[in-house]
Write a protein that binds this ligand. Structure first.
Ligand code: SF4
Length: 425
């Protein structure tokens, strides 16, 4: 789930195909704001439409292009049998798991506990390389790295590694491309190329841990005592994670499994974000995993959200919020509502009030709102709300008793939002 603040040509704020559709709306705003309604439309590209003229939604991914099977694709209970089926002793699974998940390596020459004669063959079959680094961008301060990875079939995906005081977070991709066709999103433009395998999802974390172990992420001096290991994962890179459900779950289980079966991470450090695939949200709630769930809402009314998040034509705001509330009831985990504040599009005071009312109607203490400030992008309809309007939006939520925290959107300063690096290549 990401916001594009430049065109796919990579020219910030310059666009020749901008339709700035405005209409009057009730004037209940802070002084100085404009009583206008900007409609969400793609800038500089044509949204694919279905037979009824609505934005095309792709739920099923093409089967082609999937990578070779990797240890991380196999459920932990089946790994011994899997390695045995390849003609090697089953106990090699644990040895390979230690090399991969603990020491972040798939280099046979580093695996001296394996017999030299079969080492290369074993590693090639069980830990085939999945991600090749194409390039990386690093902030001046060095505490954020955005990686562009090439998958085995040439598809490009991204992940962003960020150091914060006391923690290291990785934003991961779950699909190559995306089928949700959001009009603001660089990833959605090209549609869905394919689902990523569980192991491709996990390898983003393994390679981030390798970069950390090699001291490649800066900012340690400023953020003292941060571990050099990814502790938090957010599924907010390319793709809609819940549209790749089975592989997502296998990846998450591998992240949670203790070594040598997995990365030994805490479920609470993993955030799964969705634009609102309601049946999959309900399925996730039944998994018994206390992961954090985030709903990318961005509008509390169907009229706007139908255009802003096309999947809203399938599952409406109230259905998504009901599923989110049920997630809290099932898991006890407070739900996050993501809300990018876009100037004159979704930042009106009445929308803050409507959002608060809809959340409070479903009870108290179950939800937290994260307004996301966009970068100012002159000339674009996808631009930052005025600071006073942002403050008013937050104030109205807080007055209504809804816990609200402006979210840090680190990484935007190196290349806008996720999706752009791959789009540019
Ligand atoms: S759901 Fe897909 S198209 Fe929509 S913002 Fe996320 S990645 Fe982009």
């Amino acid at each position: 789930m990401e916001f594009m603040t430049t065109t796919s040509s990579g020219t910030p704020g310059v666009n020749t195909n901008v339709t700035r559709a405005v209409q009057a709306y009730p004037t209940d705003e802070v002084p100085g704001s404009r009583a206008t309604q900007v409609r969400p439309v793609p800038e500089g590209w044509q949204q694919q439409k279905d037979a009824e003229g609505r934005p095309l939604l792709q739920f099923a991914a093409p089967k082609k292009g999937m990578p070779p099977t990797h240890l991380a694709d196999i459920p932990t209970v089946d790994r011994k049998a899997y390695v045995a089926s390849l003609g090697f002793p089953g106990f090699r699974a644990a040895q390979l798991g230690t090399h991969y998940f603990v020491h972040h390596t798939n280099d046979p020459s580093a695996m001296t506990d394996l017999p030299a004669a079969s080492r290369d063959d074993l590693v090639a079959k069980v830990l085939p390389p999945l991600l090749t680094e194409v390039r990386r961008l690093q902030t001046d301060s060095g505490d954020t790295i955005k990686f562009l990875w090439k998958l085995h079939d040439g598809a490009l995906i991204e992940s962003v590694l960020m150091r914060y005081p006391g923690r290291v977070t990785l934003c991961v991709s779950s699909q190559a491309g995306c089928g949700m066709n959001c009009p603001f999103c660089a990833t959605g433009q090209a549609g869905l190329t394919r689902n990523m395998s569980a192991a491709e999802i996990v390898e983003q974390v393994v390679l981030a841990n390798r970069a950390l172990a090699h001291g490649e992420l800066g900012g340690r001096a400023r953020h003292d005592h941060t571990p050099d290991r990814v502790g938090n994962i957010v599924f907010m890179g390319m793709g809609e994670p819940l549209a790749n459900y089975a592989r997502l779950m296998q990846a998450v289980r591998t992240m949670l499994a203790p070594a040598p079966d997995g990365l030994g991470m805490s479920a609470r450090g993993i955030t799964i974000s969705t634009v609102g695939l309601v049946p999959a949200i309900r399925k996730l709630a039944e998994e018994g995993l206390p992961v954090t769930f985030a709903l990318s809402l961005h509008a509390p009314d169907d009229e706007l959200r139908d255009e802003l998040i096309p999947v809203n034509s399938r599952w409406k705001v109230d259905e998504a919020l009901n599923a989110a509330r049920d997630y809290f009831d099932k898991t006890g985990r407070r739900v996050s509502i993501e809300y990018a504040l876009i100037k004159d599009m979704n930042d009106h005071g009445w929308r803050a009030d409507l959002l608060a009312a809809k959340l409070n109607n479903r009870g108290r203490g179950w939800v937290h709102v994260n307004p996301i400030p966009l970068n100012p992008t002159p000339g674009s309809i996808w631009t930052a709300s005025e600071p006073a309007v942002q403050r008013e939006f937050v104030r109205r939520l807080e007055v209504a008793g809804v816990p609200t925290t402006i979210r840090d959107t680190r990484g935007r300063d190196i290349d806008g939002a996720c999706g752009q690096l791959a789009a540019a290549d």
